[in-house]
Design a protein around this ligand. Structure first.
Ligand SMILES: [Zn+2]
Length: 354
């Protein structure tokens, strides 16, 4: 071991054990039994202490006959790139986890100190790991989430360092362009089909991108008006024969709510509404949340009222399950399509869940 006066071996070993590496290339470790040298944050199997020696540089390790590890690539990746990879890895971990992961655990997973990890994450994504995690938790409508793309992809698209922009960009991708929405769907052609289900008459309306409205009424003749009211300037027309399949799929998703359904959606709303609906989409069948709880999950505990109005503005009945949001003490509060339908929906989900 060279320069023992500079490399504190016990600190280095600690860093290897905890897989902590701040990417500054302060040291590398070689594993005698494999002849490979690594960064301290490498995800490969931890070596035994007696098989490890430390180096200040890659050159030093290679001079001793070690080869660079293919996983952590100590020579290839520049520091920035290396750190970015770590953050992207963390994003993937968050995206694939169904539960919230503690900051310290995430940081350990990618081999950064919690403080450094938090700072970098915020820098690259414009949100904290916790916010991102909550956000991802809420993005659970089902399979069609795929069509939303992922934030990490957006980071790559937008280039390094501009990811808060990427984050906003992604939000815009969620729905219709705000301009179109403001103009009441001007220039849009909306096709629809009408059917019936246990909740009454149902209309399913689509833009070229996906289903933009699902509504109920007692009288099927009232249904097109409901859709037209949402998009006053859009051209409404009855769907052709190819509409039957989609219509059936939507009806089935209402009759059998616990199954995942891959219905293409064109979700339209403001950034805030989209956030609310995403949280609403995360509520499992058979469960309910209060308005305050939805606001809390969004990280905006004060916003319960705004949450309630966003929920009232939902145009995709049942598919965005706003019927699973209830008042404090379990009171059903309101429902756009009538409190009886909300009651029926919840009762059905409760019994079929158990
Ligand atoms: Zn390695």
């Amino acid at each position: 071991m060279k320069k023992p006066e500079i490399l504190d071996q016990s600190l280095c070993w600690q860093a290897v054990l905890s897989r902590t590496d701040n990417g500054d290339g302060s040291f590398y470790y070689g594993v005698k039994t494999t002849g490979i040298y690594c960064r301290p944050g490498c995800s490969s199997r931890l070596p035994k202490r007696e098989n490890v020696e430390f180096f200040l540089s890659c050159e030093e390790a290679e001079a001793k006959g070690y080869r660079a590890c293919k996983k952590c690539r100590p020579t290839e990746l520049g520091k920035e790139h290396y750190l970015k990879e770590k953050i992207v890895t963390a994003c993937r971990i968050i995206e694939s986890s169904s539960e919230h992961i503690k900051l310290a655990d995430l940081a350990a997973e990618v081999g950064l100190s919690p403080y450094h990890f938090h700072r970098l994450f915020k820098k690259y994504l414009g949100v904290t790991p916790k916010q991102y995690s909550m956000y991802r938790q809420s993005v659970r409508f089902g399979d069609h989430v795929k069509s939303f793309g992922s934030v990490t992809e957006a980071i790559y698209e937008a280039g390094f360092g501009s990811s808060s922009v990427a984050y906003q960009k992604r939000n815009r991708k969620l729905g219709m362009k705000p301009k179109i929405l403001k103009k009441g769907g001007e220039g849009l052609t909306i096709r629809y089909g009408i059917s019936s289900c246990y909740l009454g008459a149902i209309i399913v309306a689509t833009t070229g991108r996906g289903v933009c409205a699902i509504e109920f009424a007692d009288d099927p003749e009232d249904l097109p008006t409901l859709v037209q009211a949402r998009f006053p300037k859009a051209k409404l027309m009855e769907g052709g024969g190819d509409f039957a399949e989609l219509l059936e799929m939507v009806v089935r998703s209402i009759e059998v709510p616990q199954q995942a359904h891959n219905i293409p959606l064109d979700i339209q709303g403001t950034a805030f509404q989209l956030q609310v609906w995403e949280v609403v989409g995360s509520i499992n069948c058979g469960q309910t949340l209060t308005y305050t709880e939805v606001a809390q999950r969004m990280g905006k505990p004060q916003a319960a009222r705004a949450v309630a109005s966003a929920i009232a503005a939902n145009s995709l009945a049942v598919v965005i399950p706003c019927h699973r949001v209830v008042g404090k003490d379990g009171r059903l509060a309101g429902y756009r399509w009538g409190i009886e339908r909300k009651q029926q929906l919840l009762a059905k989900e409760r019994t079929e869940e158990t």
